[in-house]
Design a protein around this ligand. Structure first.
Ligand code: LMR
Length: 325
């Protein structure tokens, strides 16, 4: 009865920061699926360092990389349940909460890196981040990774090469439709299981950023890479809304400041590591194929049906807004 009354008042029961010491710190768990040396991994570590500094060690952020704690299938539920406090899934993986997050998957939509940043930092991006609050998830920031390219264990250069191949996708119907337009099959496979799926031939190929292909060592199981830059991989950093609202005020302030600094760091690092990984892969023995302007146009045309099919689901306003940037 007492709890019902408290809930009824609508007031969050803010905790007291003085309850915590460097010996008995407040533990914040940050779980993610990429390696510790990916931009997301490094920025999560930076966030942890900043939080320790700003709270004099009274808050300890534990970072769990590489799907150690939770993977694609369960990290969102774990966040909503409060078993983990921060996750940073790719926008695509939020499709079950709001299909408009598939904006990142609309083929050849964003002109360049600048348009991507403008989108997420502008009104449309903020609206998307805010759309998760009714699900007890607070969108904190966009952390980027980069543009995606295709890889396979068979040569990839022209649209015909995609026919009959099967590709791993992260989630959602847009990516499925993209591969269908290319005459390929698609299978949703968690990130943590993708290397094995490629190795065992469950799928022939996949699409990802230079950095994920590099840090996941797909070069060991994929021979061919097509530089298509057809879609985006951007992360939405999320926290549990109720948990966050109950943080002691001084910790919440440190949290917000650390997140802002880690975000700036992550975005700069992502651009730098994207280039480094591209360089690594170009020197890796993989066959790397470029698209001429007319070859690129052929892919754009072939994928056009994705727009008519998903204009409504993803939202015309948001698609047009992104295209204009
Ligand atoms: C993927 O599943 O390919 C990516 O979303 C993984 C990641 O977090 O970069």
């Amino acid at each position: 009865v007492l709890m019902l009354t408290a809930a009824g008042c609508g007031g969050a029961k803010t905790q007291d920061a003085s309850a915590y010491t460097p010996e008995k710190p407040l533990i914040i768990k940050f779980s993610h699926v990429t390696t510790a040396d990916s931009p997301k991994g490094k920025a999560a570590t930076r966030f942890a360092e900043l939080m320790a500094e700003k709270t004099g060690g009274k808050v300890k952020v534990e970072v769990y990389p590489s799907s150690q704690l939770y993977g694609d299938k369960d990290e969102m539920e774990a966040l909503q349940a409060g078993n983990v406090h921060i996750i940073a899934p790719s926008a695509t993986k939020l499709v079950g909460f709001n299909p408009a997050f598939q904006i990142v998957d609309m083929p050849f939509l964003f002109k360049n890196h600048d348009s991507v940043i403008k989108f997420w930092d502008g009104e449309l991006g903020k609206k998307l981040l805010g759309s998760l609050e009714s699900k007890n998830m607070l969108g904190l920031a966009m952390w980027e990774n980069g543009f995606k390219v295709f890889t396979a264990n068979k040569p990839l250069a022209k649209p015909e090469d995609f026919k009959g191949l099967k590709f791993r996708t992260q989630a959602g119907k847009v990516l499925e439709a993209q591969f269908k337009a290319l005459g390929s099959g698609a299978a949703t496979i968690p990130f943590g299981e993708t290397y094995t799926a490629l190795q065992q031939g469950t799928v022939d190929g996949q699409e990802n950023t230079w950095n994920n292909i590099d840090t996941q060592k797909y070069v060991e199981v994929q021979k061919h890479l097509l530089v298509s830059n057809h879609g985006r991989l951007d992360y939405i950093v999320l926290t549990n809304k109720k948990w966050y609202s109950e943080l002691p005020e001084e910790f919440r302030k440190a949290f917000d400041e650390s997140m802002a600094e880690a975000t700036k760091y992550e975005r700069e690092l992502a651009v730098q590591l994207d280039k480094e990984s591209e360089n690594n892969l170009r020197n890796s023995g993989m066959t790397v194929v470029e698209l001429s302007e007319s070859e690129r146009e052929a892919f754009v045309k072939l994928m056009e049906p994705v727009y008519s099919e998903f204009a409504e689901t993803v939202g015309k306003e948001i698609i047009d807004g992104a295209r204009k940037l």
